[in-house]
Design a binder for this molecule. Structure first.
Ligand code: FES
Length: 105
């Protein structure tokens, strides 16, 4: 099992357990768990509505790719803790991470 923690907008933290080897990205897991993630572009790294803040574990995640960096660069309200959840594969790199759902823009 891969276990990470998600903090909702009201500060509630819930551990999420995902079986290893599953072919999902974090956006799909968050949507499937009914978090308020719009993901209007469907995971194409175009809309940034799947944005999360990485509170713990950022250093263990794969670095953002060019498409992700390009869109994060265009957003004035984003800081260096922000990642696009659609670009994060659910694998052991997420183990123990804490992701916060950002407040609405
Ligand atoms: S779903 Fe649109 S950028 Fe991630």
């Amino acid at each position: 099992m891969i276990t990470f923690i998600v903090e909702d907008r009201d500060g509630t933290q819930v551990p999420i357990e995902i079986p290893e080897g599953i072919n999902l990205n974090l956006m799909e897991v968050l949507k499937g768990s009914d978090y308020p993630i719009l993901a209007t572009c469907g995971g194409m790294a175009l809309c940034a509505t799947c944005r999360v803040q990485v509170i713990n574990g950022a250093e263990q995640l794969p670095p953002p790719g060019d498409a992700e960096l390009d869109i994060l660069d265009t957003l004035p309200f984003v800081d260096e803790s922000s990642r696009l959840s659609c670009q994060l594969r659910v694998n052991e790199s997420l183990e123990g991470c804490l992701f916060r759902i950002p407040q609405e823009d």
